[in-house]
Design a protein around this ligand. Structure first.
Ligand code: V47
Length: 354
């Protein structure tokens, strides 16, 4: 173990087996190693943004077992917002200070390509300066299959219509055997990575998530991180890595052992160490709870996402995030935990030190 620790302290890259072994280290030592990396890069700054999540439809042709949001699972309220409603929501969010609109939908076979792309065009027309972060690789794969377009064609249409960056969703867990159980039929791991690679080739940025704390093993998590690290070596296009803690209510995934806070913090810390080429690590308070996200600041995380205003995907599965977080509360919580709240834009340019 001492050799691995020395490697980390010397900023040498660790391999798969070494990364896996880090789970055997005590949390305090692991946390210190990750925190040193975080402090080296950002000191006590914690980044957040003022954003608005919009989830414009919950009608989905896919059947991911972990999902409680999709209308064909346990949630009985199918909906599809019309474009005027979506634009109106974005305008109201902008009036309240939002600088980013984060749009993630289900895979609705009846909505039409025009609907998927038209919403971006109309938001861009109404709000020329807002940052639109939209369409996960899973949605791009769905549009490509449904409308017989190449990934390149879908991506070029996104850009033409005003999308600025891609969210990190749809990655789940890359291991094919686990993926087959939890989200069979959705974008493959290989294609998830290919889509991000094409996006990065357009000189655009994206994020990467990992859904953990369900039926995957520690090995699967390290494998997931390694596949991201390999792509990032090639493209440099990922801004941030976001470990998403699995939410367990109202879905069909049978899980026997949920991760403890200790295991979640270890996973953040290991991610900070392994992903030496992805600058930011986001503790997405929606899935970790705000309490654990604040602690995660001492285990490698430098970003807490944003105020969100409304959240439907994880709140459907039990997260306490339906109404986002008030700005002043967010800032006070970060300050009270000993960190410096720094409002950022979607590409991590600093806007204001609060
Ligand atoms: O891929 C669905 C996750 C993701 C559950 O890029 C669940 O800044 C936990 O893309 N428990 C979509 N997670 C969300 C997404 C996202 C979220 C936050 C920030 C960013 C970003 C992107 O939501 C899906 C899936 O992994 N999800 N159900 C659940 N029960």
């Amino acid at each position: 173990m001492q050799t691995i620790i020395s490697k980390i302290e010397n900023k040498d890259r660790i391999n798969f087996d070494e990364a896996l072994k880090l789970y055997d280290l005590d949390l305090a030592t692991l946390g210190e190693l990750a925190n040193n990396i975080r402090e080296d890069k950002f000191g006590k700054k914690t980044y957040f943004n003022i954003n608005r999540h919009i989830n414009p439809t919950n009608i989905c042709k896919d059947v991911c077992k972990f999902c409680a949001f999709s209308a064909n699972r346990k949630n009985p309220n199918p909906y599809t917002m019309n474009i005027d409603e979506i634009v109106d929501t974005a305008i109201k969010a902008h009036e309240k200070g939002a600088k980013e609109i984060h749009i993630v939908s289900a895979h609705n076979p009846d909505a039409g390509l025009e609907w998927y792309l038209g919403m971006f065009k109309e938001i861009r027309k109404a709000l020329p300066d807002i940052h639109i972060k939209a369409l996960t690789a899973a949605e791009i794969n769905f549009l490509s299959e449904t409308y017989n377009l190449s990934y390149e064609e879908v991506i070029d249409k996104m850009i033409e219509n005003g999308v600025d960056s891609m969210p990190g969703g749809g990655a789940e867990i890359f291991d094919e055997k686990i993926r087959d159980i939890i989200c069979k039929g959705k974008v493959s791991s290989e294609n998830w990575l290919k889509i991000h690679e094409i996006w990065h080739k357009r000189d655009k940025k994206s994020n990467a998530t990992m859904l953990f704390g369900h039926i995957e093993s520690r090995k699967d998590r390290i494998d997931h991180m390694m596949r991201l690290r390999n792509l990032q070596d090639k493209t440099g296009g990922f801004n941030t890595f976001i470990p998403l803690v699995y939410q367990r209510e109202n879905n069909y995934l049978k899980v026997e052992n949920f991760p403890t806070g200790n295991e979640i913090l270890k996973t953040y810390a290991i991610a900070r160490i392994v992903l030496d080429n992805i600058l930011h690590l986001k503790a997405y308070w929606v899935t970790s709870t705000i309490n654990l996200a604040l602690i995660a600041q001492e285990y490698g995380a430098d970003d807490l996402d944003g105020t969100i205003q409304k959240e439907s995907i994880n709140s459907a599965a039990g997260a306490k995030s339906a109404n986002g977080m008030k700005l002043d509360e967010f800032i006070h919580l970060i300050k009270d935990s000993g960190f410096i709240p720094v409002e950022r834009d979607s590409l991590y340019n600093e806007l204001k030190v609060w």
